[in-house]
Design a protein around this ligand. Sequence first.
Ligand SMILES: [Zn+2]
Length: 112
Amino acid sequence: MGPDWYCDEVIPGNVQVEVLARTEHTLAFRPPIPGFGTDHVIVIPTRHVSSLLDLDSDLAAELLATVQEVAAQVVDQHGGCQVLTTLGNEQHNKHLHWHIAVGEGVARFVAR
Ligand SMILES: [Zn+2]
């Protein structure tokens, strides 16, 4: 995976992914190699945005609507999920992406 696998491979269609939703400026898909346990969907803007910190409000609304639609499907299917995006040195791919993830390997937040 290169530094921007989404712009380099996914958006141009160089890699086969299972598309779950697509809007004018967003794409939701299952990656070919799941990054998390039971289910894992990635939602991205289809033009380059480096992170949540660089996201403008129009695209934010469209992107969140896609996240919401797919997350609802995942909750129906699996009973729950985590929705997260990473920043800074926790963000390995410098193209804004949301993970909708179910199962082992997902961060566990422990009640205190
Ligand atoms: Zn990009």
